[in-house]
Design a protein around this ligand. Structure first.
Ligand code: KE4
Length: 435
C-alpha cells in the first residue's frame, strides 16, 4: 500500500478525532484491506482524485449510485438550477410526482411509491409494512444479503458486516433478532422448511434478486421463481430489495430481467442521481396501509426533496435513452471476459461472478453460489490485490464482499488500463513477488 503523503494524513488525523474510525460508513475504513483509507477530493466521469491529487479509475461509483459516472453534466446543471429555487420545502412538489411516474412506468409492479432518503429507510419501512399488512412477525432473509442497518436485517448480513466479520450486531434485542430467519441464498429447500416450521407466521421474504453484498452472486435458475411460488402459497409478501439492481441491470431492474413480480420493491442509489434518494413501492392494496391512508407509520423530513428529485429525474431520463443498457452491459461483458482470460492465463485460484455491469473477483477456486462459499475466499489475497491495483490508480471496493460497478463513463481506455494493472499483478503474484 502506498504511503499516503501529508494532506491525506493530515485530514485523516483530524477525521479520526471527530468521526468514528475516521469514516461515516464502516466499509470506507479499509479495515479488511489494510492501509490508510483514501480521502476523496473530487471526481468526474469514471475518475476520482484523492486529497493529494492522485487519480484513480473508480469502480465504486458511490457504491453503485453513479451508473452515469461522477458529476454528470446534465445532472449537475439540474441540481444547480433547482438549488437556486430552494432545496427542500417540506411540502409535496410536482418533481416527486414526476419521478414517481417515471419509476412506475419502468417498474409496473410499483403502483404506488413512497420516497425516503436511504436504502435502510426503504427496507425498514417495507418490512414494517409487510408485518402490518400480513399481521405476521417473522421476516426471512438470506445469509450474505445486506438490506441496510435496520435492526431486523443485522444478522448474517453482507457488505460491511461481512467485511468486518460481524455476524450479528450488539444492540439488537434478542426478542427482535429472533424474528429474523436466515437461510442460504440459492437454496429453496431450506426456505420451504422454514415456512413449514413457521406456518402463517412469516410476513415476508426479502431478497436481493441478484446478490451484490456477499460479492456478486446471481440467482440460480428457478430460485426467484421458487420464492415467488412459496410466498404466494404461504400468504407472505415477496420483497425485492433492488437498491443496487434497480435501474442497474436494465431500466426495469432485476424483476424485469427475471420476469418476476414481487409484492414490494425497494430502490435507492441510482434513482437519486448521486443524491440521497431511496423508495419502497408496490401494489395499491398494500401501499395504502401506509400513513396517512393507513396506520403503518413512516415519515421523513427530507423525503422527496426537490433537489434530489431533480437529480433522479435527470438521471432516469438518460437511462431511458434507447441503447443505454445494451451498450453498458456489452462493454461490461467484454471487460469481465478479458478479466477471466487474464486469470486463466495466470493460473490464479480466482473467479469472476458478474451480472450486467456488476462484477466481483472472488479469490476462490470453487464456484461461489452463496455466502458460505464467498466466505471461503482468500481475503488476504484480495487485500494484496486491492493494494496493488490501488497503487496503479485503480480503485475497487475495499472488501471481498462488495461489487465492482462499471458505469457508462468508463471508457475503453479506462478498462484497458485496469486490465493491464490487474494482469501486471497477476504476473507478479505468479512469480510470488506480488504480496
Ligand atoms: P443505505 O442505507 O446504505 O443507503 O442502503 C442500504 C442498502 C440496502 N439494500 C442493498 C441491496 C444495499 O446494497 C444497501 C447499501 N449498499 C452498501 C454497499 N454494498 C452501502 C455501502 C455502505 O454501507 O457504505
Amino acid at each position: 500500500m502506498q504511503n499516503k503523503s501529508s494532506r491525506t494524513i493530515e485530514i485523516l488525523e483530524r477525521a479520526f478525532k471527530s468521526l468514528v474510525g475516521g469514516v461515516n460508513s464502516p466499509v470506507r475504513a479499509f479495515q479488511s484491506v489494510g492501509g490508510a483509507p483514501l480521502i476523496a477530493e473530487r471526481a468526474s466521469g469514471a475518475h476520482l482524485w484523492d486529497a493529494d491529487g492522485r487519480e484513480y479509475i473508480d469502480f465504486i461509483g458511490s457504491w453503485g449510485a453513479l451508473i452515469l459516472g461522477h458529476a454528470n453534466p446534465a445532472v449537475v446543471a439540474a441540481i444547480q438550477e433547482q438549488a437556486a429555487r430552494g432545496t427542500s420545502y417540506g411540502m409535496t412538489t410536482e418533481l416527486e410526482v414526476e419521478l414517481a411516474e417515471r419509476i412506475k412506468r419502468a417498474i409496473p409492479s410499483i403502483e404506488k411509491i413512497r420516497f425516503v432518503s436511504s436504502g435502510t429507510e426503504a427496507t425498514m419501512s417495507a418490512a414494517r409494512l409487510a408485518r402490518g399488512f400480513t399481521k405476521r412477525d417473522f421476516i426471512l432473509k438470506f445469509e450474505g444479503c445486506y438490506h441496510g442497518h435496520a435492526d431486523s436485517f443485522l444478522s448474517e448480513a453482507g457488505s460491511g458486516l461481512a467485511t468486518l466479520g460481524i455476524a450479528s450486531s450488539p444492540g439488537v434485542p434478542e426478542a427482535l433478532a429472533a424474528l429474523t430467519l436466515n437461510t442460504p441464498y440459492n437454496d429453496l429447500g431450506t426456505v420451504e422448511k422454514l415456512f413449514a416450521a413457521h406456518p402463517d407466521k412469516i410476513a415476508a421474504v426479502i431478497v436481493e434478486p441478484v446478490a451484490a453484498n456477499m460479492g456478486v452472486v446471481p440467482p440460480e435458475p428457478g430460485f426467484l421463481e421458487g420464492l415467488r411460488e412459496i410466498t404466494r402459497r404461504a400468504g407472505a409478501l415477496l420483497i425485492f430489495d433492488e437498491v443496487i439492481t434497480g435501474f442497474r441491470l436494465c431500466y426495469g431492474g432485476a424483476q424485469s430481467l427475471y420476469k418476476i413480480e414481487p409484492d414490494l420493491t425497494t430502490l435507492g442509489k441510482i434513482i437519486g442521481g448521486g443524491l440521497p434518494v431511496a423508495a419502497y413501492g408496490g401494489r395499491v392494496e398494500i401501499m395504502n396501509h401506509v400513513a396517512p391512508l393507513g396506520a403503518v407509520y413512516q415519515a421523513g423530513t427530507l423525503s422527496g426533496n426537490p433537489l434530489a428529485m431533480r437529480a433522479g429525474i435527470e438521471a432516469l431520463k438518460q437511462l431511458e435513452e434507447p441503447g443505454f443498457y445494451g451498450a453498458l452491459n456489452k462493454k461490461a461483458g467484454r471487460f469481465v471476459e478479458a478479466l477471466r482470460g487474464a486469470i486463466r492465463e495466470a493460473g490464479l485460484a480466482a473467479r469472476v461472478n458478474s451480472c450486467g455491469s456488476l462484477a466481483t473477483l472472488f479469490f476462490s477456486e470453487a464456484p461461489v453460489r452463496n455466502y458460505a462459499d464467498a466466505k471461503k475466499s482468500d481475503t488476504r489475497r484480495f487485500a494484496a490485490f486491492f493494494g496493488a491495483v490501488l497503487e496503479r490508480g485503480i480503485l475497487v471496493a475495499p472488501s471481498q464482499f462488495e461489487a465492482l460497478f462499471i458505469s457508462a463513463a468508463h471508457t475503453e481506455a479506462d478498462l484497458e488500463a485496469t486490465l493491464s494493472a490487474v494482469s501486471r499483478w497477476l504476473y507478479e503474484s505468479r512469480r510470488g513477488s506480488a504480496d
